[in-house]
Design a protein around this ligand. Structure first.
Ligand code: GRF
Length: 188
C-alpha cells in the first residue's frame, strides 16, 4: 500500500510511521504540507521521501489548493492518505478524490471534543478521561467513522502540555496500528 502523509507541524506522528510501518506493511511515498516551514517536511526529506508544500496563499482558493494536492498525491500513486497533525480542513473536492481512503489521528475520544484545542476542551470540561481516535475522514470536522480508539484517565492537576505528551505516546502507537490494519485489510 502506497501512503501519502499530510502534516503541518513537528512530524512526530510521521516519525512514528517511518519507524514502525514504512518499508514493512506500507511505503510512505510522499509527504505534503500546507506549511513551508513544517518540521515534518525535514523529517521526510531526511528519510529520502519526496516532499512538497501547498501554501493556501499560492492558490485562488482552498478547493484549488486541495485539487493540486490531490493531483500531486495521485502522481505518486497514493492509495491511502494519512493526515498526521495536518491542521487544514480538506476541501470536499479533495475528499471526493480519495473516498474512504483518508485517515486522521485526533487527540480525543471522538465524538467528544472535535476540532482544534481538543486537549484544552477536555481539561476545561473537567473530563475524567480522554484519549486518541484514528478515524476515516469525511466532509465534517473529525466526524468520520472511527477505526481505533484508546482511552486515558486524565491525571489530577495535569496541564495541557503534559496531557498532550501522554496522548502523543498513544498516537504514536495507535496511528501506525491503524495503518497496519488497513494495509492488511483487517478493517473493511
Ligand atoms: C498531534 O498531537 C495531533 O493529534 C494533533 O497535532 C499533533 C501533531 O503532532 N492534531 P506531530 O506534528 O505529529 O508531532
Amino acid at each position: 500500500m502506497r501512503v501519502g502523509v499530510l502534516a503541518s507541524g513537528h512530524g512526530s506522528n510521521l516519525e512514528a510511521l517511518l519507524e514502525s510501518v514504512h518499508g514493512r506493511e506500507v511505503r510512505i511515498v510522499c509527504v505534503g504540507s500546507d506549511r513551508e516551514d513544517a518540521r515534518a517536511l525535514v523529517v521526510a526529506a531526511e528519510a529520502g521521501i519526496p516532499t512538497q508544500s501547498f501554501p493556501k496563499a499560492a492558490y485562488p482558493d482552498r478547493a484549488a489548493r486541495d485539487l493540486a494536492l490531490a493531483d500531486w498525491l495521485a502522481e505518486h500513486g497514493v492509495d491511502l492518505v494519512v493526515t498526521a497533525g495536518y491542521m487544514a480542513i480538506l476541501a470536499p473536492e479533495f475528499i471526493a478524490r480519495y473516498p474512504e481512503a483518508i485517515v486522521n489521528v485526533h487527540p480525543s475520544l471522538l465524538p467528544a471534543f472535535p476540532g482544534i484545542r481538543a486537549i484544552e476542551q477536555a481539561l476545561e470540561a473537567g473530563a475524567a478521561e480522554t484519549g486518541v481516535t484514528v478515524h476515516r475522514v469525511d466532509e465534517g470536522v473529525d466526524t468520520g467513522p472511527v477505526l481505533l480508539q484508546e482511552a486515558l484517565v486524565i491525571p489530577d492537576g495535569i496541564d495541557a502540555d503534559g496531557l498532550h505528551d501522554l496522548l502523543r505516546e498513544i498516537e504514536h502507537r495507535l496511528l501506525p496500528e491503524a495503518v497496519r490494519m488497513l494495509a492488511r485489510a483487517a478493517i473493511t
